[in-house]
Design a binder for this molecule. Sequence first.
Ligand SMILES: [Zn+2]
Length: 286
Amino acid sequence: MNLIYLIGAGRSGTTILSLLLGNSESVTSLGELHQLPEYMGLEGKCSCGQLLSSCPYWNSVYSSLHNQFCSNSYKEQARELESHRYVYKYFFEKNRALTNSEYCSANKALLSHLSNNNQFTIDSAKYIGRGLALNSIFQKNIQFVYLVRDPRGVVNSFGKSVQTSRSWLSATAYYFIVNFTTLLVCKTLLRNKYIKIRYEDLISSPERVLSEIADSLDLDLDQVKVKLAKGEGLTTGHVIGGNRLVQDNIVHFKSSESWWEKMPRWKQWSIWVLTLPLNIINRYKL
Ligand SMILES: [Zn+2]
Protein backbone atom coordinates (compact mmCIF):
# COMPACT_ATOMS: atom_id res chain seq x y z
CA MET A 1 0.00 0.00 0.00
CA ASN A 2 1.27 3.44 -0.91
CA LEU A 3 -0.43 6.51 0.40
CA ILE A 4 -0.04 9.96 -1.12
CA TYR A 5 -1.08 12.82 1.12
CA LEU A 6 -1.82 16.25 -0.36
CA ILE A 7 -0.88 19.04 2.01
CA GLY A 8 -1.21 22.83 1.86
CA ALA A 9 -3.58 25.72 2.56
CA GLY A 10 -7.24 25.65 1.53
CA ARG A 11 -8.04 27.00 -1.97
CA SER A 12 -4.61 26.00 -3.23
CA GLY A 13 -5.77 23.49 -5.84
CA THR A 14 -5.65 20.19 -3.95
CA THR A 15 -9.04 19.12 -5.36
CA ILE A 16 -7.89 19.55 -8.97
CA LEU A 17 -4.56 17.84 -8.27
CA SER A 18 -6.27 14.89 -6.61
CA LEU A 19 -8.67 14.67 -9.57
CA LEU A 20 -5.79 14.65 -12.06
CA LEU A 21 -3.81 11.99 -10.19
CA GLY A 22 -6.94 9.90 -9.62
CA ASN A 23 -7.38 9.55 -13.38
CA SER A 24 -4.43 7.17 -13.54
CA GLU A 25 -5.34 3.50 -13.29
CA SER A 26 -2.71 3.00 -10.62
CA VAL A 27 -4.12 5.72 -8.38
CA THR A 28 -7.34 5.92 -6.35
CA SER A 29 -8.41 9.29 -5.04
CA LEU A 30 -10.53 9.05 -1.91
CA GLY A 31 -11.02 12.75 -1.19
CA GLU A 32 -10.59 14.56 2.12
CA LEU A 33 -10.49 11.74 4.62
CA HIS A 34 -10.48 13.91 7.74
CA GLN A 35 -14.19 14.31 6.98
CA LEU A 36 -14.83 10.58 6.99
CA PRO A 37 -16.50 10.46 10.45
CA GLU A 38 -19.20 12.91 9.28
CA TYR A 39 -19.67 11.04 6.01
CA MET A 40 -19.84 7.74 7.89
CA GLY A 41 -22.52 9.38 10.03
CA LEU A 42 -24.38 10.02 6.76
CA GLU A 43 -23.96 13.78 7.00
CA GLY A 44 -22.57 14.06 3.49
CA LYS A 45 -22.69 12.36 0.11
CA CYS A 46 -20.01 10.77 -2.03
CA SER A 47 -19.24 12.61 -5.29
CA CYS A 48 -21.43 10.01 -7.07
CA GLY A 49 -24.42 11.54 -5.27
CA GLN A 50 -25.06 8.59 -2.92
CA LEU A 51 -24.72 8.32 0.85
CA LEU A 52 -21.74 6.13 1.81
CA SER A 53 -24.16 3.42 2.92
CA SER A 54 -25.49 3.05 -0.63
CA CYS A 55 -22.49 4.10 -2.77
CA PRO A 56 -21.13 1.05 -4.65
CA TYR A 57 -17.54 2.00 -3.80
CA TRP A 58 -17.93 2.91 -0.13
CA ASN A 59 -20.74 0.65 1.09
CA SER A 60 -18.50 -2.25 2.17
CA VAL A 61 -16.24 0.20 4.03
CA TYR A 62 -19.33 1.73 5.56
CA SER A 63 -20.63 -1.56 6.89
CA SER A 64 -17.30 -2.77 8.28
CA LEU A 65 -15.82 0.49 9.64
CA HIS A 66 -18.81 2.68 10.41
CA ASN A 67 -18.71 1.93 14.15
CA GLN A 68 -14.99 2.64 14.44
CA PHE A 69 -15.11 6.01 12.67
CA CYS A 70 -18.29 7.14 14.41
CA SER A 71 -17.11 6.31 17.94
CA ASN A 72 -16.53 9.18 20.34
CA SER A 73 -13.04 7.98 21.13
CA TYR A 74 -12.10 8.15 17.41
CA LYS A 75 -13.48 11.68 17.15
CA GLU A 76 -11.64 12.81 20.29
CA GLN A 77 -8.35 11.33 19.13
CA ALA A 78 -8.79 12.85 15.65
CA ARG A 79 -9.37 16.28 17.19
CA GLU A 80 -6.21 15.94 19.25
CA LEU A 81 -4.09 14.70 16.34
CA GLU A 82 -5.49 16.70 13.41
CA SER A 83 -6.23 20.18 14.82
CA HIS A 84 -4.01 23.02 13.62
CA ARG A 85 -3.48 24.20 17.18
CA TYR A 86 -1.77 20.99 18.27
CA VAL A 87 0.60 20.68 15.31
CA TYR A 88 3.49 22.06 17.43
CA LYS A 89 3.31 18.91 19.60
CA TYR A 90 4.68 16.82 16.71
CA PHE A 91 8.00 18.65 16.98
CA PHE A 92 8.39 17.27 20.51
CA GLU A 93 6.89 13.86 19.86
CA LYS A 94 6.94 12.94 16.19
CA ASN A 95 5.09 9.64 16.62
CA ARG A 96 2.46 10.84 19.06
CA ALA A 97 -0.30 9.35 16.90
CA LEU A 98 0.86 5.83 17.80
CA THR A 99 -0.43 6.18 21.36
CA ASN A 100 -3.94 6.88 20.01
CA SER A 101 -4.99 3.33 19.27
CA GLU A 102 -8.52 3.91 17.93
CA TYR A 103 -7.27 6.48 15.45
CA CYS A 104 -4.42 4.24 14.29
CA SER A 105 -6.44 1.07 13.92
CA ALA A 106 -9.35 2.76 12.10
CA ASN A 107 -7.08 4.45 9.55
CA LYS A 108 -5.01 1.30 9.04
CA ALA A 109 -8.16 -0.75 8.51
CA LEU A 110 -9.55 1.83 6.09
CA LEU A 111 -6.50 1.91 3.88
CA SER A 112 -5.91 -1.81 3.87
CA HIS A 113 -9.59 -2.26 2.94
CA LEU A 114 -9.40 0.18 0.02
CA SER A 115 -5.97 -0.24 -1.49
CA ASN A 116 -4.44 -2.91 -3.67
CA ASN A 117 -0.77 -3.75 -3.27
CA ASN A 118 0.58 -1.99 -6.30
CA GLN A 119 -1.80 0.89 -6.14
CA PHE A 120 -1.45 4.38 -4.82
CA THR A 121 -4.19 5.89 -2.69
CA ILE A 122 -4.66 9.63 -2.25
CA ASP A 123 -5.91 11.46 0.81
CA SER A 124 -6.35 15.14 -0.04
CA ALA A 125 -7.31 16.25 3.49
CA LYS A 126 -4.59 18.98 3.41
CA TYR A 127 -4.48 19.27 7.24
CA ILE A 128 -0.90 19.28 8.53
CA GLY A 129 -1.89 17.45 11.74
CA ARG A 130 -3.56 14.60 9.87
CA GLY A 131 -0.56 14.37 7.53
CA LEU A 132 1.83 14.01 10.47
CA ALA A 133 -0.41 11.51 12.23
CA LEU A 134 -0.58 9.36 9.08
CA ASN A 135 3.17 9.75 8.65
CA SER A 136 3.78 8.01 11.97
CA ILE A 137 1.25 5.29 11.17
CA PHE A 138 2.40 4.51 7.62
CA GLN A 139 6.10 5.48 7.88
CA LYS A 140 7.79 4.32 4.64
CA ASN A 141 4.48 3.86 2.81
CA ILE A 142 3.44 7.49 2.74
CA GLN A 143 4.65 10.39 0.61
CA PHE A 144 3.55 14.01 0.48
CA VAL A 145 2.73 16.52 -2.24
CA TYR A 146 2.78 20.09 -0.93
CA LEU A 147 0.74 22.40 -3.09
CA VAL A 148 1.40 26.11 -2.83
CA ARG A 149 -0.44 28.92 -4.63
CA ASP A 150 0.10 32.66 -5.00
CA PRO A 151 -1.36 34.28 -1.83
CA ARG A 152 -3.40 36.71 -3.96
CA GLY A 153 -5.07 33.79 -5.75
CA VAL A 154 -5.91 32.14 -2.42
CA VAL A 155 -7.27 35.37 -0.90
CA ASN A 156 -9.34 36.02 -4.03
CA SER A 157 -10.79 32.52 -3.84
CA PHE A 158 -11.73 33.00 -0.17
CA GLY A 159 -13.54 36.21 -1.14
CA LYS A 160 -15.99 34.28 -3.32
CA SER A 161 -19.19 33.30 -1.56
CA VAL A 162 -18.74 29.54 -1.92
CA GLN A 163 -17.92 27.22 0.98
CA THR A 164 -16.40 29.26 3.83
CA SER A 165 -15.52 32.79 2.83
CA ARG A 166 -12.97 34.94 4.68
CA SER A 167 -12.11 38.63 4.68
CA TRP A 168 -8.90 39.42 2.82
CA LEU A 169 -6.94 40.10 6.03
CA SER A 170 -8.12 36.90 7.70
CA ALA A 171 -7.36 34.91 4.52
CA THR A 172 -3.88 36.48 4.34
CA ALA A 173 -3.13 35.58 7.97
CA TYR A 174 -4.47 32.06 7.44
CA TYR A 175 -2.34 31.68 4.30
CA PHE A 176 0.81 32.81 6.08
CA ILE A 177 0.36 30.60 9.14
CA VAL A 178 -0.57 27.45 7.21
CA ASN A 179 2.13 27.80 4.54
CA PHE A 180 4.84 28.79 7.00
CA THR A 181 4.02 25.78 9.18
CA THR A 182 3.78 23.42 6.21
CA LEU A 183 7.16 24.56 4.95
CA LEU A 184 8.71 24.09 8.38
CA VAL A 185 7.17 20.64 8.74
CA CYS A 186 8.33 19.62 5.25
CA LYS A 187 11.90 20.77 5.90
CA THR A 188 12.09 18.94 9.23
CA LEU A 189 9.65 16.11 10.04
CA LEU A 190 8.90 15.22 6.39
CA ARG A 191 12.39 15.74 4.98
CA ASN A 192 13.00 13.65 1.81
CA LYS A 193 9.35 12.57 1.74
CA TYR A 194 7.71 15.42 -0.11
CA ILE A 195 7.58 17.23 -3.42
CA LYS A 196 6.48 20.86 -3.63
CA ILE A 197 4.29 21.93 -6.55
CA ARG A 198 3.16 25.43 -7.47
CA TYR A 199 -0.52 25.59 -8.42
CA GLU A 200 0.26 28.06 -11.21
CA ASP A 201 2.72 25.60 -12.81
CA LEU A 202 0.15 22.81 -12.58
CA ILE A 203 -2.41 24.98 -14.38
CA SER A 204 -0.07 26.35 -17.05
CA SER A 205 1.97 23.19 -17.78
CA PRO A 206 0.10 20.19 -16.35
CA GLU A 207 2.04 17.63 -18.42
CA ARG A 208 5.40 18.84 -17.15
CA VAL A 209 4.25 18.98 -13.51
CA LEU A 210 2.66 15.53 -13.74
CA SER A 211 5.98 14.17 -15.05
CA GLU A 212 7.77 15.71 -12.07
CA ILE A 213 5.30 14.14 -9.66
CA ALA A 214 5.49 10.78 -11.47
CA ASP A 215 9.30 10.76 -11.20
CA SER A 216 9.33 11.84 -7.60
CA LEU A 217 6.68 9.41 -6.35
CA ASP A 218 7.55 6.62 -8.78
CA LEU A 219 4.09 6.34 -10.25
CA ASP A 220 2.74 6.13 -13.78
CA LEU A 221 0.76 9.15 -14.93
CA ASP A 222 1.02 8.64 -18.70
CA GLN A 223 -2.71 7.92 -19.02
CA VAL A 224 -3.57 11.24 -17.41
CA LYS A 225 -1.20 13.07 -19.72
CA VAL A 226 -2.82 11.41 -22.75
CA LYS A 227 -6.29 12.39 -21.51
CA LEU A 228 -5.17 16.00 -21.13
CA ALA A 229 -3.49 16.05 -24.52
CA LYS A 230 -6.67 14.77 -26.17
CA GLY A 231 -8.83 17.20 -24.18
CA GLU A 232 -10.81 14.30 -22.72
CA GLY A 233 -12.88 14.78 -19.57
CA LEU A 234 -11.55 13.60 -16.21
CA THR A 235 -13.67 11.22 -14.16
CA THR A 236 -14.28 12.13 -10.53
CA GLY A 237 -14.80 8.63 -9.12
CA HIS A 238 -16.01 8.27 -5.53
CA VAL A 239 -14.50 11.01 -3.43
CA ILE A 240 -15.64 12.65 -0.23
CA GLY A 241 -15.23 16.34 0.57
CA GLY A 242 -13.47 18.68 -1.82
CA ASN A 243 -14.93 21.64 -3.68
CA ARG A 244 -17.86 21.74 -6.06
CA LEU A 245 -15.65 20.55 -8.93
CA VAL A 246 -16.16 16.93 -7.91
CA GLN A 247 -19.94 17.18 -8.00
CA ASP A 248 -19.80 16.67 -11.76
CA ASN A 249 -19.10 13.17 -13.05
CA ILE A 250 -16.80 14.39 -15.79
CA VAL A 251 -14.61 17.46 -15.45
CA HIS A 252 -12.73 19.20 -18.24
CA PHE A 253 -9.37 20.49 -17.14
CA LYS A 254 -9.30 24.19 -17.71
CA SER A 255 -8.51 26.89 -15.28
CA SER A 256 -7.30 30.39 -15.45
CA GLU A 257 -6.08 32.79 -12.83
CA SER A 258 -7.86 36.12 -13.11
CA TRP A 259 -7.38 37.64 -9.65
CA TRP A 260 -4.73 39.99 -10.99
CA GLU A 261 -7.29 41.63 -13.30
CA LYS A 262 -10.02 42.08 -10.69
CA MET A 263 -8.14 42.78 -7.46
CA PRO A 264 -7.19 46.42 -6.73
CA ARG A 265 -3.45 47.11 -6.85
CA TRP A 266 -3.32 48.27 -3.20
CA LYS A 267 -4.76 44.96 -2.07
CA GLN A 268 -2.42 42.89 -4.24
CA TRP A 269 0.51 44.86 -2.86
CA SER A 270 -0.64 44.54 0.78
CA ILE A 271 -1.17 40.77 0.55
CA TRP A 272 2.18 40.30 -1.15
CA VAL A 273 4.06 42.34 1.47
CA LEU A 274 2.31 40.63 4.39
CA THR A 275 3.35 37.20 3.08
CA LEU A 276 6.75 38.33 1.81
CA PRO A 277 9.18 35.67 3.04
CA LEU A 278 7.04 32.94 1.52
CA ASN A 279 6.79 34.81 -1.79
CA ILE A 280 10.56 34.97 -2.07
CA ILE A 281 10.89 31.26 -1.31
CA ASN A 282 8.08 30.32 -3.73
CA ARG A 283 9.08 32.85 -6.43
CA TYR A 284 5.86 34.89 -6.50
CA LYS A 285 6.58 38.36 -7.84
CA LEU A 286 4.73 41.58 -7.24
ZN1 LIG B 1 -19.78 7.02 -4.58
